[in-house]
Design a protein around this ligand. Structure first.
Ligand code: MSP
Length: 648
């Protein structure tokens, strides 16, 4: 027997410092759908996910919770695994960076690179952004010493550290990218990465001594390995590289796809390949970055009551509908907006109206006109050829997109066939054929519809694995008769003479207005839940005098225009009015607000802050906001206190 071709896909490993939300779920659902699709196509597909459990952020959270870091993360990791189970994520392995099998590989690799002279000891003196867990050298910082990614203040870090000679590999990396133009996807991200490297790669600080929650540097135990160096290695440690049993590594490495959101592409497209180059290991084949799932009213927050918990959503709307919505909505490489209303619309339109209705109309007519039996007739209609042609083309059209990990467009191709089949019903008007006694034509039409439904269901089952079983049942097919993989797609696979078994609507329509009214009525009668006090995330800074405070000039300002800063995912450019004056302010809040949301709002501005240049734009002042990297809101001032007023 010939060996199956392999396909290895990974998601990022998640920080177990927070509960995962629906945005986190996107990558994992997409990787799961890709894996199922590849298996349908005859691949031996391997899918890895896991958790990234070391680092300062987690050590701090554990301390706040009064727990040892490992005990602290254990509970959260358990919750993450349960979430994946609920969402039908069929991963092949789940790696935790606190596992021995991982730690050993990190230590071995670190030592190997050190022994060959590509890691050296020095003094780190530079900047660190804790929410991003990222080092910045002086020249990478935006003016005003703020994080160039999120615009927030960075901390000075000065400690003995080991450095990785990234700079030595810059040219080799550029040559590799030139020779492998598809390595970074989408293309816009590729260009961004090339520009980044061309600006000059600095050596990377790869160990810390000021905290100890991490993997120890094997030859110098007061150092722990930098969390990103540690985390990236999971992609090979999980396969047992260098262990007694290297068979998985031999079989699946190099990975076919590392999938992630755009904010962490730099680590995957630059740092990880250079670590592998230094270690003399093969590089992955593709790094694919998707966009973010954004909330219409900014980032989710407990206090705003808009936290989108995938568990709650799955219970309310069903797992398959959630999976479908996530994958359908996130256009390739772009951000997508989440709202419950958009989810309900997707269920009502794409699932209930299009797919669900196709099944329900088809089975109803087969039952009513043909006694429930599916078999082609001896005569066809003028509309058959077009339907059959599209059915024949759809798998290839879908594959073209799936092979790029563009799942949204792949679903779009299948939905063209669903739409065509619904139109075919209108065109052929089976009720008229029935009335006119054109039984042979009628049989053919109903057979064609049942066959399209069989094909669509095979194609969409990686996205909605549970729906397929329900459709087979209604079509009267056993899973075997339906065919589960692409070899079953040939036209005419629907066994003639099958008796269907019409059932309930696949996706009952949701009355959004009524659901909203019911929820509002319920809220009126229940006391709002008291917000539990958040633990202090950052320690309070040393005392200052009232005179010190009075040096800061805080003013009410009104946002009159706002736009995203080009090529900076986290920055917004605001034009604000302060009294009669207009100013430009750049703020690192793009993750939490859409530009339109801010226009008209009255905010608090640090008006006498020394101007700073961020991405070439001079920012005059700083907008005050509360929260952290996950959750942040601007401070607002009521309308009766006009712009220019002093905040004391
Ligand atoms: N631990 C690192 C990854 C290390 S991989 C070697 C990490 N973890 S994370 O938990 O913060 O994020 C995991 C992934 O979820 C990232 O790709 C991140 O961008 C993604 N998302 C977090 N919020 C998201 C949205 N709102 N939308 C889409 N993806 C989102 O980063």
């Amino acid at each position: 027997m010939t060996e199956k071709p392999t396909f290895y896909i990974t998601t990022p490993i998640y920080y177990p410092s927070d509960k995962l939300h629906i945005g986190h779920a996107y990558t994992t659902v997409a990787a799961d759908a890709m894996t199922r699709y590849k298996r349908q196509r005859g691949f031996d597909a391997y899918f890895l996910t896991g958790t990234d459990e070391h680092g300062l952020k987690i050590q701090q959270r554990a301390a706040e919770a009064g727990q040892e870091p490992l005990a602290f993360v254990d509970g959260i990791v358990d919750g993450i695994q349960k979430l994946w189970q609920l969402l039908d994520i069929d991963y092949s392995d789940f790696i935790r960076t606190t596992e021995k099998r991982h730690e050993q590989v990190v230590q071995r690799l670190f030592k190997q690179i050190y022994d060959q002279g590509d890691i050296y000891k020095s003094e780190y003196s530079g900047w660190y952004c804790t929410p991003c867990e990222t080092f910045f050298t002086e020249h990478q910082l935006a003016e005003g010493h703020v994080c160039p990614d999120c615009g927030r203040p960075v901390q000075m870090a000065q400690e003995e550290s080991y450095f990785f000679k990234m700079s030595k590999y810059a040219d080799r990396w550029l040559e590799f990218i030139e020779a492998n133009p598809d390595f970074i996807q989408p293309e816009s991200r590729r260009n961004e990465m090339i520009n980044f490297v061309k600006q000059g790669l600095e050596d990377l600080c790869v160990s810390r001594t000021t905290f100890d929650w991490g993997i120890k540097v094997p030859f110098d135990e007061k150092h722990v390995v930098y969390v990103w160096f540690d985390a990236l290695v999971n992609y090979i440690s999980a396969l047992g590289v260098g262990s007694e049993d290297e068979s998985k590594y031999q079989k699946y490495w190099p990975a076919d796809v590392h999938l992630m959101a755009k904010d962490i592409i730099r680590f995957h497209a630059i740092i990880w390949p250079i670590i592998l180059m230094a270690a003399g290991l093969p590089l992955p084949k593709k790094v694919v970055a998707h966009g973010w799932l954004l909330m219409q009213d900014g980032k989710m927050s407990k206090s705003k009551g808009n936290v989108v918990d995938p568990v709650v959503l799955a219970e309310k709307y069903g797992v398959d509908a959630i999976r479908f919505f996530l994958l359908r909505e996130m256009a390739y490489g772009m951000d997508a907006n989440y709202s419950e209303e958009a989810l309900v619309n997707c269920i009502n339109i794409d699932l209930a109206n299009d797919y669900g209705n196709l099944l329900s109309r088809t089975t109803a007519m087969i039952e009513k006109f043909l006694g429930g039996v599916v078999a082609p007739g001896s005569e066809g209609t003028d509309f058959d050829a077009e339907l059959l042609e599209l059915a024949a083309q759809t798998p290839e059209a879908m594959a073209k997109y799936m092979d790029k990990v563009d799942v949204a467009n792949a679903i779009g191709e299948v939905w063209k066939l669903v739409a065509k089949a619904n139109k075919y019903i209108d065109d052929t008007a089976p009720w008229t054929l029935n009335k006119n006694g054109e039984v042979e034509k009628l049989k053919t039409v109903m057979y064609n519809l049942a066959e399209v439904l069989r094909q669509v269901t095979i194609l969409i089952s990686p996205v909605m694995p549970n729906v397929a079983a329900k459709v087979w049942q209604q079509l009267g097919l056993s899973a075997e008769a339906a065919g589960q993989d692409w070899t079953a797609l040939g036209w005419g696979g629907f066994p003639a003479g099958t008796k269907i078994c019409r059932g309930e609507a696949l996706f009952p329509r949701i009355d959004w207005e009524a659901a909203q009214a019911a929820a509002a009525a319920e809220n009126e009668t229940t006391e709002p839940e008291a917000e539990t006090a958040e633990a202090l995330v950052e320690p309070v800074k040393p005392e200052i005098s009232i005179e010190d405070f009075e040096r800061i000039d805080l003013r009410v300002c009104q946002v009159i225009a706002c736009e995203k800063v080009k090529k900076a995912d986290k920055l917004l450019q605001l034009t604000v009015k302060v009294g009669a004056e207009e100013r430009t302010v750049v703020s690192g809040i793009a993750k939490f607000y859409q530009p339109d949301e801010l226009v008209g709002k009255q905010l608090v501005l640090v008006a006498n802050l020394k101007p700073a240049k961020l991405r070439g734009i001079e920012s005059r002042g700083m907008i005050l906001a509360a929260g952290d990297g996950e959750n942040l809101r601007v401070l607002q001032v009521p309308a009766e206190i006009g712009p220019g007023n002093v905040v004391r």
